[in-house]
Design a protein around this ligand. Structure first.
Ligand code: CAA
Length: 283
């Protein structure tokens, strides 16, 4: 099956990045969200990213126009009726994702693959809400999507070989390097990353170091591009907490207990860059 039309549900931080790389790889993209305001915000982010590449001489104005010409925005889920492959990148909330997958299952053509960018919800649980579990798969992009090379592909228990191979090839077409993970809590990326971030938050909570010192240790001592607290602000502290809860509940192991300070920040609405305050302040 050849993928020609690529749907993205959710035009936020991850969704607009996925739409951008899909359009840059030559696919016709439909970027959908529940409100016009959200799709326009997503489209503006894509325009800004592409304009920066034009300024740097990495992309011509004509190429930028062609990429934008391949992206259609939508606020009607029924527009996905023409999609061959859809990636859902909505809020990390089970009930919301279940509803989206039920709708997509009813709307999309029978051959369409339904992928989720979930960072922690089991693929099998989402697939179970559809009548095509063999066509449901995890396609987990990293933030910021246009920059990060990885796509973590997660096979649910019912995902077919055909769906897996198509998703792998599509990831490569989009300029990414895929890696395969099985459907266990946190998959590979967040099973390793989140406990590190959570431990950095414990270091702050216990007064082992300041936010700057904790981040400096990991940046300069381990050559990480960002410190764990700055990275948590980039990912979103609500997302970090949701992933830690998934690991904690999924493994019933105290080593995954979310730090109380993380919970406190989320309760206060300090969610990181997106709200202007997390472990750091952003203007
Ligand atoms: N969107 C698009 N492009 C961006 C960007 C964004 N949000 N942020 C940075 N860039 C681009 C810049 O334009 C620049 O491009 P050029 O090379 O073409 O000039 C390039 O990235 C480097 O940016 P900067 O020079 O401004 O800054 P930097 O060198 O510090 O890189 C970074 C920024 C890429 C974010 C880097 O700090 C980094 O790799 N950080 C770690 C990110 C990471 O770990 N992501 C994974 C998070 S986990 C996740 O996403 C999964 C999950 O489920 C939680």
């Amino acid at each position: 099956m050849e993928v020609k039309t690529f749907g993205v549900v959710g035009a936020g931080q991850m969704g607009n990045g996925i739409a951008q790389v899909a359009a840059m790889s030559g696919l016709a993209v439909i970027m959908n969200d529940i409100q016009e305001e959200f799709v326009q915000k997503g489209l503006n982010t894509i325009k800004k990213n592409l304009a920066r590449s034009v300024e740097k001489g990495k992309l011509s104005q004509e190429e930028m126009d062609a990429v934008l010409g391949r992206i259609r925005t939508s606020v009607d889920p029924k527009d996905m009726a023409v999609a061959d492959f859809v990636v859902e990148a909505a809020t990390e909330n089970e009930q919301i994702k279940f509803k989206i997958f039920q709708d997509l299952d009813n709307i999309c053509p029978p051959h369409a693959v339904l992928a989720t960018n979930t960072s922690s919800i089991p693929i099998g649980r989402i697939a179970g809400k559809t009548k095509r579990p063999e066509k449901v798969i995890g396609m987990h992009f990293m933030n910021p999507v246009p920059v990060m090379k990885l796509v973590e592909i997660i096979r649910g228990i019912a995902t077919s070989d055909e769906t897996f191979q198509l998703t792998w090839q599509l990831s490569e077409k989009m300029g990414k390097t895929p890696a395969l993970a099985q459907d266990y809590p946190g998959f590979i990326a967040n099973r390793i990353l989140m406990p590190m971030i959570n431990e950095a938050i414990y270091c702050l909570y216990h007064g082992v170091g300041t936010r700057e010192d904790i981040d400096t240790v990991m940046k300069l001592g381990m050559n990480h591009p960002m410190g764990p607290l700055a990275l948590a602000d980039l990912i979103g502290l609500d997302t970090c907490l949701a992933i830690m809860e998934t690991l904690y509940q999924g493994f019933c192991d105290s080593k995954y207990r979310p730090c109380p300070l993380l919970r406190k920040y989320v309760e206060a609405g300090w969610l990181g860059r997106k709200t202007g305050r997390g472990f750091y302040e952003y203007s």
